[in-house]
Design a protein around this ligand. Sequence first.
Ligand SMILES: [Zn+2]
Ligand SMILES: [Zn+2]
Length: 253
Amino acid sequence: MKGASFWQQVWHTLLNLLFVPRCAVCGTRLPPGSELPLCPMCRTLYENDKEVTCPVCAGRMGDCLCVPRDMPRCGVRRMVKLFRYRPGADDASAKMIYALKHRNLKILQDFFAKELALPLSGLVEQPGEWVVTYPPRSKGAGRRDGFDHAGALAAALAKCLGCRFTCAFIREDGAKDSQQKRLSRTARFAAARKSYRLRPQQGLAGKHVIVVDDVVTTGATLAACARLLRHEGAVKEVVFAVLAQTPSQKGRV
Ligand SMILES: [Zn+2]
Ligand SMILES: [Zn+2]
């Protein structure tokens, strides 16, 4: 009996270590049952990160639906985004994106899904007409972390909005995600076009489709997905929903 209680204690200690919710930014322990992935201080920092002015309409970025100016025309006129992304920066939001990519944290996925659902709820009047999907990562990247963060985010968003979630795309293992980062802008668009195929019989014709991703940089991946959805999937409309937008090197967005 003594042995059993010892192992029970070890088990509980392990469970606590593994499952005690911690702040996704600073790692501080959160109260049990916490619905937010952030401690109060990091929540304030995150809210500050969201106070970004949109360079296209000069309004608050999170409230507008502007598409980046240097994104080539792919027939998408509405994009929901929350903040600006500076890779490797000390921003609370950048650290949250890092945690989203590398740790399969449901609390963080649900938090970001709710954040995106807020501006989208004005558009999604009839959830039955809307479908949520995402561009899958290359097999190498997916295998390394054991999950696809954009897929998890898209599924959580579909649940928030009450609409259907589907894996609309098949990823060809051409250019790996890590290789794509080193390509020039033009090469990136060409590679993205070759990287995705539309899965047949998704019932997307005539639907509004939300394509979810974490960060938009050149927009090559999202543009490739939008083209497939419009030309092969015959969808009514494509809307992008991303957490963050990277400012382009030219200073434009
Ligand atoms: Zn914190
Ligand atoms: Zn705007």
